[in-house]
Design a protein around this ligand. Structure first.
Ligand code: NAD
Ligand code: GDC
Length: 342
């Protein structure tokens, strides 16, 4: 199959998982750039899509099924797979089989790409592929792409992501499906999940601080001892990065994440400063904690794509906090952050 040239606005672009946080942001980005042949696919009822646009072809399909993947990708030029059953540690630690079933989505989408000669395929992998023994200390030097092997990924979800990375590689090598694979590191921002159990730490902490502010009960529950470290990538960097992956010519899995590592206590400090209050911290040591330390080493993305995420956590949190505050006061808390239908 010919390696595809850069994207153009007449191409038929299919975004899978388009009812979710990152997928819906990606659809909107393509719309704003003037792309007109967009297909948004998700299994959720459209009323629960985070963002939905009437000028896009919106399909409700369960992409674990081969026929659904064929329906979605027939005539497609490019496919972005952001569809997975996923969430923060509160979800993936307790739903390992469900997370593993996402392997059906990626496998069947790749089969459809091969069947219809789709020009390029993007797969959203995760930092959860990285070996647990490389993430035992809070002072993480930044995970390099090679730290995924010898394999010891997050149980359930991480194994699905690593297996699907390899499926992409072999469909690329053996069948000529032109794939791009990004290992996302904890993405946050407006229009994301902030309650209901699938939320990740940035949105969860924002929600809890807002709840404390609105209730006057100035306490916050933090999972773990708060010294565990992470880096958090703002949604705009994620979307920019996806575009650069797809315009580039690197098929190997690469990090797409921030290298600004913070402890969860420091994350709470930042949100308290935005909210203008200090809270009593209650540490729930038996809560889902994931790895002890994680951050992204961005050497390879800088070398291969000449770019790396740069939006600071403070800047991203200010926008995220404001959006969640609006959702919780204007709309009330909801399991799925259903937002605009522009
Ligand atoms: P999300 O849960 O908001 O969106 C995923 C969407 O996929 C959901 O709307 C869901 O309904 C849909 N989906 C699930 N199973 C499906 C199926 N069988 N058929 C059709 N649609 C289905 O998650 P997100 O944060 O937008 O993540 C998007 C992708 O990026 C996922 O693959 C996720 O694993 C990956 N990722 C996200 C992060 C992050 O921090 N957000 C980090 C690493 C990797
Ligand atoms: O949920 P998460 O953001 O996922 O948790 C980060 C850290 O924040 C964990 O140690 C968690 O215990 C701590 N934490 C403290 N309080 C809270 O109220 C809270 N809610 C949550 N959710 N966490 C809290 C994620 C995966 C994603 C994806 C990314 C890739 O793992 O859940 O699916 O793969 O990694 O980077 P995290 O970063 O462990």
């Amino acid at each position: 199959m010919n390696k595809m040239n850069k994207m153009n606005k007449e191409q038929k672009i299919v975004i899978c998982g388009a009812g979710g946080f990152i997928g819906s942001a990606l659809v909107n980005t393509f719309r704003e750039k003037g792309f007109t042949q967009l297909v948004a696919v998700d299994k959720k009822p459209m009323t629960r899509w985070y963002q939905r646009f009437p000028d896009v072809e919106n399909l409700v399909l369960d992409l674990e099924a081969p026929d659904a993947c064929n329906r979605a990708l027939q005539g497609a030029d490019v496919c972005y797979n952001l569809a997975a059953d996923m969430g923060g540690m509160g979800f993936i630690e307790l739903n390992k089989a469900l997370c593993m079933l996402s392997v059906l989505i990626n496998t069947n989408l790749l089969q459809s790409c091969r069947k219809f000669g789709v020009g390029r395929f993007f797969y959203a992998s995760s930092a959860c592929v990285y070996a647990g023994y490389k993430q035992l200390e809070t002072e993480n030097p930044g995970l390099k792409e090679s730290d995924a092997y010898p394999a010891d990924p997050e149980d359930g979800y991480g194994w699905e992501k690593l297996f699907s990375e390899r499926m992409c590689r072999h469909f690329d090598e053996d069948f000529g499906v032109d794939t791009r694979v990004a290992r996302f590191h904890n993405v946050y921002g407006p229009d994301g999940t902030f309650d209901g159990g699938r939320e990740k730490a940035p949105a969860a902490i924002c929600r809890k601080v807002i709840e404390a502010k609105l209730s006057g009960c100035h306490e916050i529950e933090i999972w773990g001892d708060g010294e565990q470290t992470r880096s958090f990538m703002y949604i705009d960097d994620c979307i920019e990065g996806i575009g650069r992956f797809m315009d580039g010519d690197v098929a190997d899995a690469m990090n797409l994440g921030s290298d600004e590592m913070v402890t969860i206590n420091q994350l709470v400090d930042m949100v308290e400063e935005i909210a203008g209050l200090k809270l009593k911290r209650n540490y729930k040591l038996d809560a889902p904690k994931g790895v002890r330390g994680r951050s992204s080493d961005n050497t390879m993305i800088k070398e291969k794509l000449g770019w790396a995420p740069s939006i600071t956590l403070k800047e991203g949190l200010e926008k995220t906090y404001a959006w969640i505050y609006d959702q919780m006061t204007a709309h009330g808390s909801s399991k799925d952050a259903v937002v605009n239908i522009s």
